[in-house]
Design a protein around this ligand. Structure first.
Ligand SMILES: [Zn+2]
Length: 254
């Protein structure tokens, strides 16, 4: 690390859990962020600012006026342009040391698997369950840690899936797409709620990369922002889970 970097990251290096060795570990890390909307914005900005060396960013959407209420990576002049372009631009201004790989198309399962195999952590910041399930499947297959978040109305939830043997996966939590709630575009969301959830996702990513503390692996953290109440639920691996379950017939068939 040069003097500029030592000063840039000084407030983090001061932490005994980080120190110079931890900061160097972050610089050598690579994180995949899927979705650069309300959740992906704070995740990407905090990881870039904190000194994660490489970010792989995926989003095929363009910036819409209705995004600007909460998707703080993007600005008025970005309307109509790819989110990936404004994201890369904003993050490079924040931290010129950052290496960005920006992908502006929907990933095939094959591409997703290839990229996932080459990153340390995957962040799910998407808003549809087909994509969420695809990301989970690949993370389980490749045993890659997944940090998952969602926010809707004035509610949010975060969890970590380390995808080690015996730990639950995202699919253990949600068996059917019908159990799920829909997106912000259908239900609305209070702007800073995505910021709270995205910031927790970024915190969990840094802890996984640094291998410090305890994460939300095996836990689901739930926020009710209307009453500012938090709850933590314990998650267990579901033997019958179609993705990771040991007794699942669907899994055996693959
Ligand atoms: Zn599972």
């Amino acid at each position: 690390m040069n003097d500029e970097e030592l000063l840039r990251y000084s407030r983090q290096i001061m932490l005994p859990q980080v120190d110079v060795a931890g900061q160097e570990k972050l610089q050598a890390s690579r994180v995949l962020i899927i979705g650069l909307g309300g959740l992906g914005s704070p995740v990407a900005m905090y990881l870039a600012a904190a000194g994660v060396g490489q970010l792989v960013l995926v989003d095929h959407d363009k910036v819409d006026l209705s995004n600007l209420q909460r998707q703080i990576l993007h600005s008025q002049q970005d309307i109509g342009h790819h989110k990936i372009t404004s994201a890369a631009d904003r993050l490079t201004k924040l931290n010129p040391h950052l290496q960005i790989t920006a992908l502006d198309h929907k990933l095939s399962d094959k591409e997703l698997r290839e990229i996932t195999q080459n990153v340390d952590v995957v962040v799910d910041a998407t808003d549809n369950f087909e994509t969420r399930f695809a990301i989970n499947r690949v993370c389980v297959e490749t045993a890659t840690p997944l940090v998952s978040g969602s926010a809707i109305r004035m509610e949010g939830q975060v969890s970590v899936f380390l995808n080690r043997p015996g730990t639950p996966c995202y699919r253990c939590l949600y068996r059917e797409e019908g159990e799920l709630d829909g997106s912000c575009s259908e239900n609305g969301v209070l702007a800073p709620v995505v910021g709270i959830i995205g910031s927790i996702q970024a915190t969990e990513v840094l802890k996984i990369l640094l291998n410090i503390g305890s994460t939300l692996d095996g836990k689901l953290l739930l926020l009710d922002a209307l009453h500012m109440e938090w709850r933590t639920l314990a998650l267990k691996q579901d033997d019958e889970c179609p993705v990771c379950g040991t007794r699942s017939t669907e899994r055996r068939a693959h």
